[in-house]
Design a protein around this ligand. Structure first.
Ligand SMILES: Nc1ncnc2c1ncn2[C@@H]1O[C@H](COP(=O)(O)OP(=O)(O)OP(=O)(O)O)[C@@H](O)[C@H]1O
Ligand SMILES: [Mg+2]
Length: 226
């Protein structure tokens, strides 16, 4: 898979990566090597210049309703979490469930559950500005999980956190993984990466190495041929 920008610059230069269902993969590499670009392509927030992204065997180019794919299949956690500043925490989680099968009552109940799960019970009615950075990050995680994604994509979710908060966020990811979710986590933190099943290392738009931590999944190629 290739992603080229202006003047032929290749942010992704022949990526061939396979991620198995239920795997927990950490992606590492220096700034600018293409980590976020790769997550954006998997989330269908952008499209490859050549090659394909296959999810559950389906080529994303043949998926007509990509917003439904993003809403129902993928949970996204970015470092800049883009919470709605004028809405309380509870509404920030509920909002992504609009347009799904859930009633207002169910949306409220699920948002409360998820916020409790990320240790924010009692903070539901605060505005994002009234939370710490780590708490805001956990709101973003609760929001990403609201529609029960099969695939959780997280771009440096612990980047701005102290080590205790980072550990807490990591434990949350590990518990989702234990429940069967596929997790792809971009991180500069080797301690965090070491908790994954596999570490994928990138340089200059390429994958230069993959270390399997557990299991046998490391040798299979992830996101479509170049
Ligand atoms: N819209 C764009 N137009 C042109 N170049 C871009 C665009 N977005 C990203 N790039 C370039 O593509 C390369 C990969 O960017 P990307 O954001 O994927 O890096 P990254 O590995 O996530 O880095 P970081 O660790 O700093 O977040 C960079 O050189 C970046 O400047
Ligand atoms: Mg990035």
């Amino acid at each position: 898979m290739v992603k080229a920008y202006d003047r032929g610059f290749r942010a992704l230069d022949g990526i061939d990566l396979r991620i198995d269902q239920g795997e927990f993969v950490a992606v590492t590499g220096p700034s600018g090597c293409g980590k976020s670009t790769m997550l954006h392509l998997i989330a269908a927030l952008d499209t490859p210049t050549s090659g394909a992204v296959l999810v559950d065997g389906k080529d994303l180019r043949s998926v007509h309703d990509l917003s439904a794919y993003r809403r129902n299949y993928v949970g996204l956690v970015f470092q800049l979490h883009n919470l709605l500043p004028n809405q309380p925490v509870l509404a920030n989680v509920e909002v992504v469930m609009f347009g799904t099968h859930r009633s207002a009552h169910e949306r409220r109940a699920r948002a409360l559950d998820l916020l409790a799960r990320v240790d924010l019970a009692g903070r539901e009615h605060r505005l994002p500005a009234q939370l710490s950075g780590g708490e805001r990050q956990r709101v973003a995680i609760a929001r990403a999980l609201a529609n029960e994604p099969k695939l959780l994509l997280a771009d440096e979710p612990t980047g701005s956190l102290d080590s205790v908060s980072a550990r807490h966020v990591l434990e949350l990811f590990q518990s989702f993984h234990a429940e069967g979710m596929t997790v792809v986590l971009v991180t500069h933190d080797h301690g965090i990466a070491a908790a994954a099943d596999r570490i994928v290392e990138m340089r200059d738009g390429r994958i230069i190495g993959g270390v399997a931590r557990t299991g046998t999944a490391a040798t299979v190629p992830a996101v479509g041929p170049a």
